[in-house]
Design a protein. Structure first.
Length: 87
């Protein structure tokens, strides 16, 4: 009986946490200024003006990604999982 009560209590607690965690929340979309420490000015302009050659010989301009979600994956030679991902 004790184990059943503990299991029921744990199940109720887990359900309560899941219910609370996945409640819809209002997000304030209004951004007044860049976050403190965010890169602005010449550094960002220099980044968006970069051009690279792709492995198939085409030219890739960073400005083609401006305004889109961009994931930059950094590798380190001392990191075994990173070495597996190296092109």
């Amino acid at each position: 009986m004790l184990y059943g009560g503990v299991a029921a209590l744990a199940g109720l607690a887990g359900a309560g946490v899941a219910w609370w965690k996945f409640q819809p929340r209002q997000v304030d979309e209004k951004i007044v200024a860049p976050a403190p420490g965010a890169a602005t000015g010449n550094a960002t302009d220099a980044f968006w003006s970069l051009n690279f050659d792709t492995p198939d010989g085409k030219n890739l301009s960073m400005s083609s990604f401006r305004g889109k979600l961009l994931l930059v994956n950094f590798w380190a030679t001392w990191c075994p999982p990173c070495v597996e991902e190296l092109p």
